[in-house]
Every structure is written in structure tokens, then in C-alpha cells.
Design a protein around this ligand. Structure first.
Ligand code: ARG
Length: 612
């Protein structure tokens, strides 16, 4: 309903409409109207609109006649009055109001209504994009404050490929929602508080006794973590000191807090390095931020009678007990847990940040955790019905051997090293194609980075996120098929068409004013119709919070563009290679194709390059 109310722009003058309209919603509304008029007695009639995958059956189809006919014949027992789907289709067709979207309608087979779109609508819509100089988002019902909790690695423990997935997916979701006009808070819920700091600080004390005056040169925090864990597991005295440190940390003893900060700083630098390389924006707000709020939420839940004793622990059940588990709000030793911090966090987000929509991006393994958090937050009346919460879960990353992604020696792969390898592989690829001979050093490095980081992001996003995915540089660096490399090349090629035709910016501007986009040729029109799907694709991606649909759309644009370019000359040359004619109407089509593609790239985090 929300979407419908905003998308129906049928009364507006399409030639002035600044936003692309949803074809799906508009066709739906048209046919809903027609069906209601044709069959006023049927309550909630089925309105079935789908895009057609065979040009013989139009661009879209209305397949309501069959289910409607079934409904009608259930009511009519009198055999003589029985209607056929064909009759129903004819009846509906006669009631469809005229629309600037539709060229013609006809009926196929037993009663399918084929819908053919009007070229003029395509021309107007695409022209408006060129005139505006940008691709506007489809309208939203109401901008919301959305909090996206993503990346969220743990201090001193390794930031692994799972966190990389969360980082990539969370960034794209944030970009998508920002594009739509929502206010997005990008929160990095890092694990920066907890008992592991007891042993880390004990180890710090031994290795760098004067750490409070001199900054210790910890270069490899993972090794440092491993060393202290080893001592923790084997040395009783050390273990005791570690526990004492936890108590001191919680009491905010200055020297211990100083050590904690030092360790967090080392991690923070490592994380930031990855974020800078991948162009990720995040606000750090780790678990430590919620210390006081955890005390407060425990008190609140306790007072309201939500906590139950369970073998010394304090637990809380969600709205139902059956088939689930409770949260552990307070441990036996009085300490707090991951559950406690998430209860404090959801309250802070809803009450202080005024978040109306919270999105958690983590591995699918945490789905139950978030379900229970939400359920408990509902029980405690923290989350109300108008708050939306989504857990965006994803599958594990596998190595090419289909086993968990690890180094040969079985260690977790360091993300910085993974990115380095990506750069190296991208460089090899470019040299193999002898691009180093055609590009300046700077162009070469730009292309290298765009390919390396682009392919890592795209390989992650182009799969259904719910599935596990196999990390393979060989696969992601292929220049054929649905890969970042293919798309980056495609976009660079599209952008070079006007340039090689020597079309100046002035000429282009003038053409935008006075030349219609050429949509006569079947392949031109086919390309345009793909571009016109943009608002529906964005709506779908937003609904599912699944970016692979957008990746598929990019690929469809690129391949359809190739079809067009193969059969339609944009520039005609004579035998000596001189340009004799530039088809401006087609140049306009290439420009708008590039714009739509670039808008998708920006959501996916792909950096277009001028030359590659
Ligand atoms: N640090 C956690 C992990 O590494 C992810 C945190 C996700 N966010 C949250 N609010 N629990 O698995």
C-alpha cells in the first residue's frame, strides 16, 4: 500500500516527471482498475502482472483471466452462464483505461493479455534523466532513520572473511538506503569489551612493563592474542592475574584502562586500513559504549519482572518459550554477556537514536540470537510495532577446496593480505592484456585498484547472500560473465563512444535539448526497456535487502547494450576510417545507459575508471 500510494504518477505529465516511475506498480494499478470495473462483484480480485520473457507476448503480461475465471465459475452453477478465460480477458481488456505507458494490448492463447509499452514513454523518461544529469531514486513513502549495524569485528581477534562479507553487504545496503533518501546511521558494533582483555593486559604488563609511558610497538595483534591465550591456558598464576585485570578494567582503574585503550588502538588502525582501502564508512560504537546502559537495562528488566533465576544466572525469555532459548542477561559471576549488550544497544538505538528501522548484518548463524533479542525487546515494550528490525544473514565463505576459507597452514586469512593478493592478481591480469603499454602509470594503478577491490566486493554481492560462497580470485577476475571486471570494462567502453566520436560537451548538451533518443530499432528499444526497469529493481532489492538482484540487473544492462551496439551504428566511418556521420539519438542512448549503470555501481561500491 505504501509503495502504491507514491508510485502512481499516472496523472502527471510524464515529460516533466523527475523520477522514473515503477512500471510494475502502474500496470498493476491500471489492471486493478479495469478488473474492478469489469467484475464489480468480485472482492479482492487477483491482479497478476509479470514481465514477459518472450517478445512475442509483449513486454508485460496480465495473467488475471485464468484465476478470475475460476473464481467466477465457482459462483455460477448454471452451466449456460459459464464464462471462458478468453471472455474474461476480453472483458478486462475493454475496461483498461488509456495510459501513456501502453502502446497496445492484445490477447494470446487462452486469455493472457499482452502489454506493449509505448516508446514515447521510454523516450520521455530517459530524456529526463539526461536533462537532470542524474538518476533519481524512485519515491519513498516516508524517509526513515535507519541504523545499519555492520562489519563489527572483535578487537585483538582476527577480522576474518565473515566480517569482510558483513562489511561489503552492510556498506551496499547503507548506500542503497541513502540513495532512496533515508537517514542512515552506519554503526560498527565492535567487540571491544569483555574478559579477553584481562589476559591481553596481563601479557602487555609482562612484555612492555612501561607501557603506560611508552607506546608499545605491537605490530601483530593476532600473534599477541595467541601468545597470551597460550599462557592463559597453561599458567595458573597468569590466569589469576588475568581475572584480576578484568575486575580492575570493570572498575575503570586508570592504568588498566590505558592498556585497554592501547590494545583497541592497534586493532582500530588495522580495521581502518581495510575500510579506507575498500571505501567503507562506519561510525565506531563498540560494546564498551554500552557499559552504563547495560547496568540500566538489567535494572529495568529486573524491576519489570522479566528476569528469571536459572542456576545462578539471570535469563529472559522472549514472547514464547517453545522451540527457542532464553537470553542470558547476567552470568553466574555477575558479569554481562553479548545478549546484555545487544539488549542495551537496541534500547539505545530506538530511544536515543530514534531509529525506526534497525538492520543487523552478520553471518546466518546469529539469526536466532537476533530473533530472541527482538522478541525480548518486544516483550519489554522497547520495540513497538512501528519499528522494523531485519537480520541480514549471510552464508560462510569457502575456499576453492569447498572447505572453510583458511591459509594452507590452517590459519585465518588476514584481510590485508587478501586485499594485497587481489591487487597483485589484478596487476597480473592487466599486464597479461598489455594494458601497461597503453595506460599511464596513474591510469594503470587506478584500474588495478578498481578491479581488485571491485571484484572482491562484486563476487560477494552477486551471489544470493543466504548461500555460502566460494572465494576464488580466478573466477572473480574473469572478464567474461557476470563479474566486476566485465562490468567495469563495459561501462568504460560505453563512456568512450561519445569521446571517440569527438562529440563535445556542448554538442551533447544541445542534443539533449533538441534530439530525441533513438528508440526505433528493435535493439534500441530493447535496451531502453531494460533501463526502464530500474525503479522496480531498486524496489525489489530494498524489499529483500539482497544485492544480487542489482548485480543481475547490471549484467543485463551490459549484455543488452552489447546486442544494441553490435547491430546499431552510433558512428559511421568511411573506408579511410574517417567519421562521416554521428547518430546523436544513439549517442544519447549510450549516455543514459552509462548513467543508470553508474548509479548501480555506486550502490554496489564499484569505482568506474576512465581508461582500463
Ligand atoms: N562482533 C560480532 C561478531 O564478530 C558481531 C556483532 C554484530 N552486532 C551486534 N549488535 N551483535 O560476530
Amino acid at each position: 500500500k505504501e509503495r502504491k500510494a507514491q508510485h502512481l504518477l499516472l496523472d502527471t505529465d510524464l515529460s516533466k516527471c523527475e523520477r522514473m516511475i515503477s512500471l510494475y506498480d502502474n500496470l498493476n494499478a491500471l489492471f486493478e482498475k479495469a478488473i474492478n470495473e469489469a467484475y464489480p462483484d468480485v472482492v479482492d480480485p487477483p491482479v497478476v502482472i509479470s514481465s514477459s520473457n518472450n517478445p512475442k507476448f509483449g513486454d508485460y503480461q496480465c495473467n488475471s483471466a485464468l484465476p478470475l475465471c475460476k473464481l467466477l465459475s465457482m459462483e455460477k452453477t448454471d452451466a449456460k452462464k459459464k464464462v471462458s478465460p478468453l471472455d474474461v480477458a476480453k472483458n478486462i481488456l475493454s475496461k483498461v483505461p488509456s495510459s501513456p505507458l501502453i502502446e497496445k494490448l492484445d490477447i494470446a492463447g487462452a486469455g493472457f493479455i499482452n502489454i506493449y509499452l509505448k516508446r514515447e514513454y521510454g523516450q520521455n523518461t530517459l530524456k529526463n534523466i539526461l536533462k537532470l544529469g542524474k538518476v533519481n531514486p524512485p519515491p519513498i513513502y516516508q524517509p526513515k532513520t535507519v541504523l545499519v549495524d555492520f562489519s563489527s569485528p572483535n578487537v585483538a581477534k582476527e577480522m576474518h572473511v565473515g566480517h569482510l562479507r558483513s562489511t561489503i553487504i552492510g556498506e551496499s545496503i547503507s548506500r542503497l538506503l541513502e540513495f532512496l533518501g533515508h537517514k542512515v546511521l552506519r554503526i560498527n558494533h565492535i567487540g571491544d569489551w569483555g574478559t579477553q582483555f584481562g589476559m591481553l593486559i596481563a601479557h602487555l604488563e609482562d612484555k612492555f612493563p612501561n607501557y603506560s609511558t611508552e607506546s608499545p610497538p605491537i605490530s601483530d595483534l593476532q600473534a599477541f592474542y595467541k601468545e597470551s591465550k597460550l599462557r592463559f591456558d597453561s599458567d595458573e598464576e597468569f590466569k589469576k592475574r588475568a581475572y584480576e585485570n578484568v575486575v580492575k578494567l570493570q572498575a575503570h582503574e586508570p592504568k588498566i584502562i590505558h592498556g585497554w585503550k592501547l590494545i583497541c588502538d592497534v586493532s582500530r588502525k588495522e580495521f581502518q586500513n581495510i575500510y579506507d582501502r575498500l571505501d567503507i564508512t562506519l561510525t565506531e560504537r563498540g560494546e564498551s559504549f554500552y557499559q552504563d546502559r547495560m547496568v540500566a537495562i538489567v535494572k529495568e528488566l529486573e524491576e519489570k519482572g522479566f528476569l528469571e533465576e536459572d542456576e545462578g544466572r539471570k535469563i529472559m525469555w522472549g514472547n514464547q518459550k517453545e522451540g527457542t532459548i532464553p537470553l542470558t542477561i547476567v552470568k553466574k559471576d555477575g558479569g554481562f554477556t553479548y545478549d546484555t549488550s545487544d539488549m542495551a544497544a537496541i534500547k539505545q538505538r530506538i530511544f536515543e537514536e530514534q531509529a525506526e528501522w534497525i538492520i543487523y548484518v552478520t553471518d546466518a548463524g546469529q539469526a536466532t540470537h537476533f530473533q530472541i533479542i527482538v522478541s525480548c525487546a518486544e516483550r519489554a515494550r522497547i520495540k513497538l510495532s512501528h519499528h522494523r528490525v531485519d537480520h541480514v544473514g549471510f552464508g560462510v565463505v569457502l575456499g576453492e577446496d569447498k572447505k572453510k576459507f583458511k591459509t594452507r597452514s590452517g590459519d585465518t586469512i588476514k584481510l590485508s593480505e587478501l586485499l594485497d593478493e587481489g591487487l597483485k592478481r589484478a596487476e597480473d591480469k592487466l599486464r597479461e592484456k598489455e594494458r601497461d603499454k597503453h595506460l599511464t602509470e596513474e591510469e594503470f594503478r587506478d584500474a588495478q585498484r578498481a578491479i581488485a577491490y571491485g571484484c572482491i566486493k562484486y563476487a560477494d554481492l552477486c551471489n544470493n547472500r543466504a548461500h555460502e560462497y566460494v572465494f576464488s580470485f580466478d573466477k572473480m577476475l574473469q572478464d567474461k560473465g557476470n563479474t566486476a571486471v566485465y562490468l567495469l570494462y563495459a561501462r568504460t567502453r560505453i563512456r568512450s563512444i561519445a569521446r571517440t566520436a569527438n562529440v563535445t560537451q556542448e554538442q551533447l548538451k544541445k542534443a539533449i535539448e533538441d534530439t530525441p533518443i533513438s528508440l526505433e530499432h528493435e535493439k534500441e528499444w530493447k535496451l531502453a526497456k531494460v533501463l526502464l526497469k530500474f525503479p522496480d529493481v531498486i524496489a525489489r532489492v530494498t524489499k529483500d535487502l539482497s544485492l544480487h538482484t542489482l548485480c543481475d540487473f547490471c549484467y543485463e544492462i551490459a549484455t543488452t547494450f552489447t546486442e544494441f551496439y553490435d547491430s546499431c551504428y552510433c558512428v559511421e566511418k568511411n573506408k579511410t576510417g574517417e567519421i562521416v556521420k554521428v547518430n546523436m539519438g544513439r549517442i544519447l542512448l549510450t549516455e543514459v545507459t552509462a548513467m543508470v549503470l553508474e548509479q548501480c555501481f555506486s550502490i554496489l561500491g564499484l569505482k568506474p575508471v576512465e581508461k582500463m
